[in-house]
Write a protein that binds this ligand. Structure first.
Ligand SMILES: *Cc1c(COP(=O)(O)O)cnc(C)c1O
Length: 400
């Protein structure tokens, strides 16, 4: 076939399609499981790669009362976009702009050293800061040690009495909630209750105690308290190796799709991609998939699934920066008129598309990482932006 005979195709070359109705559904599902606790939609890292702003808006529409980010810079972006819901940011450095956060009414996680910075910011802005004191109950990352908790609480109460801040919440983060049989969660829960009791004895009247992440929302109702922090579940992914999103009543929100960039017949023993680590066993047909690690697909994910038409194929050979190859096998010969050039190629999505989990398994990582690392060069396209439409309506909107 000459190029003149190939008709132009009016379809996206590559895109991450985000179904905002799936996000809304997941929020409603999580709210039902967590009730009567409130829901914080965790939208850090650009909404786990899904787009922070559209996800935040959809989550609030569906009943999430809070938004959570790691960085103050992320929370400021939400405020600048006009989002007025309560917002918590919890990972700071001495370079964090606490004054901007206080001025924008952003709640701040405080594990220790931050307290003095937050108070200085409150003085400067002449506005009381809103803080959530964080206790390390066993994760060994952020949070106050148990040894320093009494004095952190005492100082916070003093500043609260001076009108410089309000202790809105107390929180902690779980280490092994995705492995429900492990006993460390019980220990963390017990330490959390003790930390809350210490704060209450010191006169703190907290609005929200919060501990649960997505795995704890589904496996540990005793961790729900007043508020749950939902990340990966919001995006419709399961934190458990043995339970699918459908098992949890969740719907994957992201579909990663491109189209076949080349389709050609090759002889037996054709090496494929850098290193020639794969060779065709027989005369075969190869399809070129124009995505690679430059698009955020892990280079280690050889063997990952790609759906073309009704068939799911596996990536063969090394994944390169821009491209990867699937072997369609014998019987797919271009010479016999079966070229798949220009056909849609879906890496993952909701059923019947391959799952994100299969890519995670191929790359030796978790589903969280697969969606979060999809690169900015892949356009995000939003489905069901308006709340009223239950189905895909008309042209999908592009995010700015
Ligand atoms: C990222 C994060 C969450 C969300 O965790 P998921 O497992 O994705 O639900 C909750 N809390 C904190 C402190 C986090 O950093």
């Amino acid at each position: 076939m000459t190029s003149a005979e190939i008709p132009p195709v009016h379809a996206p070359e590559r895109e991450a399609r985000i179904d905002l109705e799936a996000i809304r559904h997941n929020v409603r599902r999580i709210a039902e499981v967590a009730s009567p606790a409130q829901v914080m939609a965790v939208v850090k890292a650009d909404g786990y790669g899904h787009g922070m702003l559209p996800v935040a808006r959809a989550a609030l529409e569906a009943g999430a009362q809070w938004l959570g980010t790691a960085h103050v810079a992320e929370a400021l972006q939400l405020r600048r976009a006009g989002i007025e819901a309560p917002l918590l940011a919890w990972l700071h450095t001495p370079a964090t702009d606490f004054a901007a956060a206080v001025s924008a009414g952003i709640d701040l996680g405080v594990s220790g050293w931050e307290l003095e910075h937050v108070v200085a910011a409150a003085r400067r802005e002449e506005r009381p800061a809103r803080i959530h004191l964080k206790i390390d109950t066993g994760l060994g990352r952020n949070g106050s040690t148990e040894a320093l908790w009494d004095s952190l609480v005492g100082e916070a109460v003093e500043y609260q009495d001076q009108g410089l801040l309000r202790v809105v919440g107390i929180f902690s983060h779980l280490a092994v909630a995705d492995e429900p049989h492990r006993t460390e969660t019980d220990l963390q829960l017990e330490r959390f209750r003790e930390a809350v009791a210490v704060a209450e004895d010191a006169g703190v009247d907290v609005e929200v105690r919060h501990l649960a992440n997505t795995p704890a929302i589904f496996s540990r109702p005793d961790t729900h308290f007043d508020l749950v922090r939902a990340g990966v579940g919001l995006y419709g992914l399961s934190p458990f190796p043995t339970q699918s999103p459908a098992d949890l009543g969740l719907r994957p929100a992201m579909t990663l799709a491109t189209m076949v960039a080349q389709c050609k017949d090759v002889p037996a023993d054709q090496g494929v991609s850098y290193g020639l680590s794969y060779r065709t066993a027989q005369p075969s047909t190869l399809a070129l998939i124009p995505m690679g690690y430059g698009d955020g697909i892990p280079r280690s994910a050889t063997g990952g699934p790609v759906r073309i038409g009704d068939t799911v194929h596996s990536v063969v050979g090394r994944i390169a920066m821009d491209q990867m190859v699937v072997d369609l096998g014998a019987g797919a010969a271009v010479a016999e008129g079966r070229s798949v050039l220009g056909q849609e190629a879906v890496l993952f999505g909701a059923e019947p598309d391959p799952s994100v989990d299969l890519w995670a398994a191929a790359a030796g990582t978790i589903n969280y990482e697969i969606v979060t690392r999809i690169a900015p060069r892949v356009p995000r396209v939003y489905l069901n932006e308006s709340v009223s439409s239950e189905s895909v309506s008309g042209e999908p909107g592009r995010a700015d």
